[in-house]
Design a protein around this ligand. Structure first.
Ligand SMILES: C[S@@+](CC[C@H](N)C(=O)[O-])C[C@H]1O[C@@H](n2cnc3c(N)ncnc32)[C@H](O)[C@@H]1O
Length: 348
């Protein structure tokens, strides 16, 4: 009985002692998480200080005015705010129109969410943030794609559902896999993977392009290629090498790949799309053929950069620079309601 328990423990990877390498990695990861939490707390404090400072400035400004001047200033701010809200609501209406149209005739792009068991909690969180970002970018496109989330289950689904407004997104959410969802069109499925031999030269409206929903710090090299081969579906890689030399691997993040596809749908120009989306620091004069895969540290930097940009644009959308305390509060409530996260700005 005891022996059986022992064997069970030995076969359970969670109870096995970690190798030195794994311990080092875990420590690095923990330090990274702690640093991230610390930064988050600092940013929150800074935001509170800024809001307080602005409120004081506004009150001081009002205090130095006559009753009539004060009323005039308040009214002009209110008018400004009303115009801004009106503009925002108009933009929202147009966005809904574009996304609804894309449902019928837009390019189908799938994010394959069947890899959640291979990701840590924070990697899943990062993927959810990337999806949120992709949805926002797609909404701003003049020719949006029709986005699908397939294999949407478990923690990933829970985290997605926690996003404010997610249930109203104009997107297809499927619990089942893309193979089941598109069982009638298997020949039209094209898995995008940096490991493919086939180079994508055009986007074919009749095809369904699949992007692996994976934030793996490149632990799972070749996993999407293997999956597509096993399923007997077509694969293709982005034609990065034709237009750009990279300082590291050509494996991009989910949001970068989707943003490139969206840019291409608008411009029909790969070069422009790559140069607008791929960060400068990932480009190089060196021959991309000789480049190494992204290591964990670079991936972390990439994620950190994404977090920074996303936060900055969230902050911008919430910015109450020209509002008084009360309006600022209303503005924040409004942006909460209208899902501030959907309006996140551009990444890299
Ligand atoms: C962070 S990568 C995941 C890398 C993963 N190890 C794999 O084997 O796919 C996220 C997804 O973006 C897509 N992707 C990344 N770089 C690409 C490239 N150069 N060409 C085509 N698709 C790419 C792939 O669908 C990939 O699964």
């Amino acid at each position: 009985m005891e022996e059986a328990t022992q064997n069970e423990e030995n076969s359970n990877p969670q109870t096995q002692p970690l190798s030195k390498n794994a311990q080092k990695k875990l420590l690095k990861q923990q330090k990274f998480e702690a640093k991230k939490a610390e930064k988050k707390a600092q940013m929150k404090e800074q935001k509170q200080r800024d809001a307080e400072r602005k409120r004081k400035e506004w009150e001081e400004k009002l205090a130095g005015l006559t009753e009539e001047e004060r009323q005039k200033l308040i009214d002009s701010r209110k008018e400004l705010r009303r115009e801004r809200m009106e503009k925002r609501s108009e933009e929202r209406g147009l966005k809904i129109e574009r996304l609804t149209k894309a449902k019928d005739n837009g390019q189908n792009i799938v994010v394959d969410l069947e890899f959640s068991h291979l990701m840590t909690h924070s990697e899943i969180h990062s993927l959810v943030q990337q999806i949120m970002y992709c949805y926002a970018v797609n909404g701003r496109c003049s020719t949006p794609a029709h986005l699908w989330l397939t294999g949407c289950q478990g923690e990933l689904e829970t985290q997605l559902q926690r996003l404010p407004g997610f249930d109203k997104w104009i997107i297809e959410k499927e619990n089942q896999s893309y193979i089941q969802t598109f069982s009638e069109q298997k020949d039209n499925l094209v898995y995008l993977t940096a490991d493919s031999e086939t180079v994508l030269d055009e986007l074919d409206p009749s095809k369904v392009y699949i992007v692996g929903g994976l934030v793996d710090r490149n632990r799972w090299k070749g996993i999407t290629m293997k999956k597509a081969e096993e399923q007997g579906i077509q694969t293709a890689k982005l034609p990065i090498g034709t237009y750009m030399k990279m300082s590291s691997s050509q494996v991009l993040t989910v949001n970068q790949v989707i943003e490139i596809l969206l840019k291409f749908l608008e411009t029909r120009d790969w070069k422009t799309s790559f140069f607008q989306v791929i960060p400068q620091r990932k480009r190089s004069e060196a021959d991309s053929e000789n480049c190494q895969e992204l290591d964990g540290e670079e991936c972390r930097e990439e994620n950190e950069e994404f977090e920074r940009k996303k936060k900055r644009s969230e902050a911008e959308s919430e910015n109450c620079r020209e509002l008084d305390g009360e309006e600022c509060k209303e503005e924040n409530e409004e942006s909460e309601r209208t899902k501030k996260c959907i309006e996140v700005g551009s990444h890299d």
